[in-house]
Design a protein around this ligand. Structure first.
Ligand SMILES: C[S@@+](CC[C@H](N)C(=O)[O-])C[C@H]1O[C@@H](n2cnc3c(N)ncnc32)[C@H](O)[C@@H]1O
Length: 353
């Protein structure tokens, strides 16, 4: 039998189980794992909550097939529904399954180790491969196209916002200067270009192109917009005392999660108002104090956990109608605060400036 934990070690597994399982401990409880991956978290949720059913979403067909096999191996096939979809289709997925309410929604953002290790997808700076980076290989936008088609200021914005890259401007300039004569098609070429731009004295630990690769991956897969559209859909489908638990690995992801959760954690009234009306009362309870991080021991055992931020909330009262309307709008709207801020921080222009 495959040892899946050798392929992908789930991050903060115990903590996630402690946050998710109580919400689905009653018979018939439903948990949606929006980022099924290799089902490391998912199998642990089902083991901890024997009456629960899990809907596992992943847009990577290969991961989904492996997770399905793992569920069979673990004897959970009857309690598991695999769905090949992007997680921002959550409402449609639940509608399609005739499910109105779920007890927990879990997200473990980013890539699985399987994807990182798959050289031909070009996610990794450590291997020479075509600059693809699509999690869903049926979409058109690839990293190669971003590098070939985006304007200099948009490239700079992406590298700065999504990669927190200090040298985003000279890197973007160099890409645009060189690309007509020498289009960037492989990770090796991109590595070499960044290597030539970032001064020796300012190199981060590891590969100097690490941040540029991360930024391209976030852009190619529209990760922040999808996250911002998914969280309100999750909230709108929560049963009473349902929980949303999210692990993010990037400050903009975490900011998106935090901003979203804060809307339900605080009374929606001007400071100092003596009485808080019913429809402005908080509807979430925080399950974590701020964001939970991995400790040194966990990081040593699983380096992917170094940047994790884990947040969870529980629905403690029905979401007031005006909030429901707001969440409905947010679920449709691709633009959310963190991305807007990031965009305005650069050139404030559209995507292909
Ligand atoms: C970090 S892995 C999850 C690992 C999983 N928790 C485990 O323990 O095996 C993230 C997974 O989410 C998937 N994913 C990322 N963005 C997605 C999206 N927008 N829609 C659906 N799946 C997505 C990736 O394909 C990947 O398999």
């Amino acid at each position: 039998m495959t040892d899946y934990s050798m392929i992908h070690k789930p991050v903060l597994l115990e903590e996630c189980v402690d946050l998710v399982a109580p919400a689905v401990s009653r018979a018939g409880g439903i948990v949606v794992d929006c980022t099924l991956g290799l089902a490391g978290h998912a199998t642990a949720f089902l083991a901890a909550a024997p009456g629960a059913h899990l809907i596992g979403i992943d847009r990577d067909a290969e991961a989904l097939a492996m997770a399905t096999q793992r569920m069979r191996d673990a004897g959970f096939a009857e309690r598991f529904t695999p769905v090949h979809a992007a997680f921002d289709e959550l409402s449609d997925v639940l509608d399609g399954l005739h499910i109105r309410h779920v007890n927990a929604v879990f997200m473990d953002l980013g890539l699985s180790s399987l994807q990182i290790d798959e050289n031909e997808r070009g996610f990794s700076y450590a291997h020479d491969a075509p600059l693809d980076m699509r999690m869903d290989t049926s979409q058109e936008l690839t990293a190669e196209r971003v590098l070939a088609e985006y304007g200099e200021r948009d490239l700079e914005r992406i590298f700065r916002s999504y990669g927190e890259e200090r040298f985003s401007r000279p890197i973007a300039r160099e890409i645009v200067r060189r690309r007509a004569a020498d289009p960037l098609a492989t990770s090796h070429q991109l590595n070499a270009l960044v290597d030539g731009v970032v001064p020796q004295a300012h190199r981060p630990a590891g590969n100097p192109a690490k941040r540029v690769f991360q930024a391209l991956r976030i852009e190619v897969n529209g990760e922040l917009d999808k996250l911002a559209r998914t969280l309100p859909q999750a909230a709108l489908h929560l049963a009473p005392y349902g929980r949303i638990v999210v692990e993010s690995y990037h400050s903009l992801e975490d900011r998106t999660v935090k901003t979203f959760m804060n809307q339900g954690l605080h009374a929606d009234v001007p400071a100092g108002l003596p009485v808080v009306p019913d429809d402005a009362q908080p509807f979430f309870r925080a399950l974590t104090r701020g964001a939970l991080k991995a400790d040194d021991e966990q990081i040593a055992a699983n380096p992917r956990s170094a940047s994790v931020r884990l947040r969870g909330v529980e629905l403690i009262r029905p979401i007031p109608p005006r909030f429901r309307r707001r969440l409905g709008d947010m679920a449709k709207d691709a633009v959310r605060d963190a991305a807007q801020e990031a965009r305005h921080g650069a050139d404030g222009k559209g995507r292909r400036g």
